[in-house]
Design a binder for this molecule. Sequence first.
Ligand code: NAD
Length: 543
Amino acid sequence: MTSQPGAAGPGGAPASAPGPADPEHDVTASYALDPARVRALTRRLVATTGQVVVTRTPLTGQPLASVPQSGEADVEEAFARARRAQQAWSRTPLAERAAVLMRLHDLVLDRQDEILDLICWESGKARKDAFDEPLHIALTARYYGRTAKAHLATSRRAGVVPGLTRIDVNRVPKGVVGIISPWNYPFTMALCDGLPALLAGNAVVTKPDAQTMLTALYGAQLLEEAGLPEGLWNVVAGPGRELGTPIIDRSDYVCFTGSTATGRIIARQCAERLIGCSLELGGKNPMLVLRDADVDRAAEGAVRASFSNAGQLCVAIERLYVADQVYDRFRDRLVERVGAMHLRPGLGWGNDMGSLISQDQLDTVQAHVDDAVAKGARVLVGGKARPDLGPFFFEPTVLEGVSPDMTCFGEETFGPVVSLYRFHDEADAVARANAGEYGLNGSVYSRDTARARAIAAQVRCGTVNVNEAFAATFASLAAPMGGMRQSGMGRRQGGEGILRYTETQSVATQRLLRFGPVLGMSDRAYARTMTTNLRLLNKLGRA
Ligand code: NAD
């Protein structure tokens, strides 16, 4: 049974599974991952401990793959390979490096069916949410493939003595970049930060999350097929708390995506070594629906923003602040849309939402909802686990009446739960949106886009979308993306996303003049001449 649009009202339940007549959704038939194919992927790991971890698909709980595990010696070996390969790579003309990414762009689009199957198998998400991943990687490959030359070109700056001091600023690769990534967007997160690192002339050692290794390894295979020379992309597998330190100890720069708690540990370790890091962390992202918003459009955006990948999306909206004047209409529209969502397992198109990744995630989501309900919040739609669909399914859920004493008021749920709040005054709404420790992504809906942009500028988040929820900033690769406050440090995407992997090196070429007294001039006379020159340059308006 699939639910009909508008079937569920307040207190109703969305969803349901299709019957066996729908072969695309017959999960029992779909999960025989070919062992030869799995072995071909896991062979790419640097992993010699002899231990394996069996991963399971969240869709049914059935085993998916035996993944060999890496130890510290493997991390050492991965870095040794990376360092050897990086020497030649940094001298490879940029056009050749960029050509690898342009080939990857085409390969990702050509192989999207395989990529989507792997993502769905490993993460349990709906196919439409999985599609965001090859899309994002194709955009990333193309953006950096086409713009790296402009970002990395040596630039000229003003020298101290105009005409006589020439300054060139070079962009020098850091060396080997360590990348630690999460499970929620396993293809995107495995590749998107590494591509600019490669283009900038670095090698990469990456540790994807244990739950989604196959998707990450498929990304490594595609890079190889795109012509990336051996040794530049090295993948290790194992628990972050064991491999994290060996990776950080050997990296020249660390790029981490994950929770704020782990980000703090990584930042401390990088500080100890005086190496840079970028941290893409959690969020409790707000959306503001202003009194003149297009209510239908805002409700559509809220559904996509709150329930894409079952809310396991760093930029997902978990707080909806809605103006008094449109609150009731917006709430009814939202509940109607959520009630009409199709929630079901399967690899095929047509699902609106899939599974959560694990029992841990399910427990967190259930605990947040139970706590809110126990303290007086109302469930407008959803609110329940759905073991009839799969082990970790949870309904898309809208809460009303959430108060500061409830866990889900300020803590990231990272699941399909969003809270509705009414506001009377826009300044108050902005202050409430800015409350709490996070500052990753925000959204403002209004028909007056200039006013919405002025309000967006007051929202303390690294990305803010006007009349969109998250996709407009995330897919605009030229725009930097990342968090303020406890949501992170540094930015991916744009110039910032590639320059973080370089050191600046200033090279000065001095002509004629020396920096000291000449022709028997005394130190005192030299100081007088220089003072006169400084005054003159200031009068001439030179920097
Ligand atoms: P997590 O921090 O538990 O794990 C992320 C990665 O870090 C995994 O590969 C894990 O193995 C590794 N790790 C764990 N402990 C480590 C340690 N001590 N040292 C080194 N590595 C360690 O996060 P998670 O729960 O898997 O991911 C969800 C979180 O990630 C959410 O908070 C979400 O908001 C955030 N996230 C942020 C972004 C972003 O771009 N800002 C994107 C996706 C996810």
